[in-house]
Design a protein around this ligand. Structure first.
Ligand code: NMX
Ligand code: MLT
Length: 392
C-alpha cells in the first residue's frame, strides 16, 4: 500500500450493513457536536448538561463560532439577532393566514412558514440566511400558535430585544400562565435540543438537500419534514399522549401498560436510540428541571415511574440496543406543566431549537474544502436483484 493510501480503516462495510438506514456507517465530520454513546451529546466539546442553563443565544453563538462568546460578544450577538428579527419582511408570514386553522399538523405549518420566510427574503449567504431564520423563529412560532389557536390569541407587536424565548412568550400573550416558569422551561428546552451530531435524520436530511446548493430555507424546511416523524422528533408528542393515557404512577399499572403497548407492536416513545447506549443526559437534565418546576405534577410522577419500569421491560428484548430514556421522555410533560396543553405543538419546539444546529452544520459543510463545500450527497445503492445489475 503506498504511503498516501495508508489510511486508517474506520469501518468495514459488509452486506449486513445494507438496508439498515446507514446505521453506524461513517459519512463525514461534524464541527458543531459529537454524540458519545454513553455520555451523550457535546456541543463543541461541552457536555450538553453543562450548557443547559445558559442563554440560548450564547449557545447558538457557540454552534456557529465553535467557542462561547465573551460578555461583549454575547451582547453584540443578541443585538444582531434582534436587528435581523426586526427586519423580517412585512407580510412574509401572511401565507399562513390562508390555511384552515384546524387543518394539518403544526409541523406542516412550521415547514410552510420556513419556506415562506425564504420566499420573502433569501440572500444566498448561508450565514446571513441562517441567522435571519433563527432570529425570526420566535415570530413564526407565535404566528402558528396564534392562527391555529382557536381561542384567538391577541396580535402583539414583536419585541426582539427581549431575547428569543422572552419575545416568543410575550408574543403569545397568553393569560393565566406563569411567564417566568414558561420562559425558564423553554430556554432549557431549546439549548438541550439544538444539535445532536451530524447523522440524525433531520440534520442529515437538511445537509443532504443543502449539498445540492438548495437554499438554506429549502434545506431547513426539508429537515423539519424529516423531524416530523414519530420515530424522530414527534416522539415528544406521542410520549405525552401515552403518559396521559397511562394516568397513574403505580409501578405495576405502568408496567402492564408498557407490556400491552409492546404486544400491540407500538413503540415505547421516549425510550431507545440509534446511537446512545445509556440514559440520555438531556433526559436527566429535564428530570432535574421537572423537580424544580413541577415536582407534584401527575404526568411528571408517571414519567418518573416510566423511567424505572420501561428500561426493565425493554431490556427483555435483546434486539433493542438501548432500553433507556431518550430526550423525549419528559419534555412534553414539562411543556404541558408550564401551559402548553396541546401535545401536537411539541415537535415545533424541537424544530425551533434544531434550526440553529442544522443551520450551523450547513454553513460548515458549505465552507468545507476551502470554500468549495462538501460535494453533493450521493451514497451507493446495490440492485435489489443482482441478476439484473450488480452495481449502480
Ligand atoms: N419501543 C419499542 N421497540 C423498540 C424501541 C422502543 N422504544 N426501541 C427500539 N425498538 C425496536 C426497534 O423498532 C427495532 O425493531 P425491528 O428490528 O423490528 O425494526 C429493534 O428494537 C432494534 O432497534 P434498535 O437498533 O435498538 O433501535 P433503532 O436504531 O432501529 O431505532 C429509535 C431507534 C429511536 C427509532 C427506536 O429506539 C424507537 O423507535 N424509539 C421510540 C421512539 C422514540 O422515542 N424516538 C425518539 C428518538 C430521539 N429523537 O428525538 O429523535
Ligand atoms: C436526537 O436528538 O436524539 C436525535 O436527533 C436522534 C438522533 O440523534 O438520531
Amino acid at each position: 500500500m503506498s504511503e498516501e493510501n495508508d489510511k486508517e480503516v474506520l469501518f468495514e462495510v459488509t452486506e449486513d450493513h445494507l438496508d439498515t438506514g446507514l446505521r453506524g456507517v461513517p459519512v463525514g465530520t461534524c464541527r458543531t457536536s459529537f454524540v458519545d454513546p454513553k455520555k451523550g451529546v457535546h456541543y463543541c466539546g461541552y457536555p450538553v448538561g453543562d450548557l443547559a442553563d445558559m442563554d440560548p443565544e450564547d449557545v447558538i453563538f457557540l454552534l456557529f463560532e465553535k467557542r462561547l462568546p465573551n460578555r461583549q460578544e454575547s451582547q453584540d450577538f443578541r443585538h444582531e439577532l434582534a436587528q435581523r428579527a426586526a427586519r423580517l419582511p412585512t407580510g412574509a408570514l401572511r401565507v399562513l393566514e390562508s390555511l384552515t386553522p384546524s387543518s394539518g399538523h403544526p409541523m406542516d405549518w412550521l415547514s410552510i412558514g420556513i419556506q415562506a420566510l425564504g420566499v420573502a427574503e433569501t440572500t444566498g449567504d448561508i450565514r446571513a440566511d441562517g441567522l435571519n431564520l433563527i432570529s425570526r423563529m420566535p415570530e413564526l412560532m407565535a404566528t402558528i400558535f396564534r392562527l391555529r389557536g382557536g381561542r384567538g390569541l391577541p396580535e402583539v407587536a414583536s419585541e426582539p430585544e427581549r431575547g428569543m424565548v422572552e419575545n416568543f412568550v410575550h408574543l403569545l400573550g397568553m393569560d393565566g400562565v406563569d411567564a417566568e416558569r414558561m420562559t425558564r422551561t423553554l430556554r432549557v428546552f431549546l439549548v438541550l435540543h439544538m444539535d445532536h451530531g451530524g447523522g440524525n435524520l433531520s440534520t442529515f436530511t437538511g445537509k443532504a438537500v443543502a449539498s445540492g446548493w438548495a437554499s438554506l430555507y429549502a434545506s431547513i424546511s426539508s429537515a423539519m419534514n424529516a423531524l416530523s416523524g414519530p420515530l424522530h422528533g414527534r416522539a415528544n408528542q406521542s410520549c405525552l399522549e401515552f403518559v396521559q393515557r397511562i394516568g397513574t404512577s403505580d409501578e405495576a399499572e405502568v408496567e402492564s401498560f408498557v407490556r400491552k403497548e409492546l404486544a400491540a407492536r407500538r413503540p415505547i416513545y421516549g425510550f431507545g436510540h440509534a446511537v446512545l447506549r445509556a440514559e440520555d443526559p438531556r433526559a436527566a437534565a429535564q428530570f432535574k428541571l421537572g423537580e424544580e418546576i413541577c415536582p407534584d405534577d401527575e404526568n411528571f410522577q408517571t414519567v418518573k415511574t416510566l423511567r424505572i419500569v420501561a428500561p426493565r421491560v425493554l431490556s427483555e428484548n435483546p434486539k433493542i440496543s438501548n432500553p433507556n430514556a431518550n430526550v423525549d421522555i419528559a419534555s412534553g410533560t414539562l411543556l404541558n406543566a408550564v401551559g402548553f396543553h396541546k401535545p401536537d405543538y411539541y415537535t415545533t419546539f424541537f424544530g425551533w431549537a434544531r434550526v440553529a444546529g442544522i443551520s450551523a452544520q450547513i454553513l460548515d459543510e458549505r465552507n468545507a474544502r476551502g470554500g468549495r463545500g462538501t460535494p453533493i450527497y450521493r451514497p451507493k445503492y446495490y440492485a435489489a436483484d443482482p441478476t439484473i445489475r450488480r452495481l449502480e
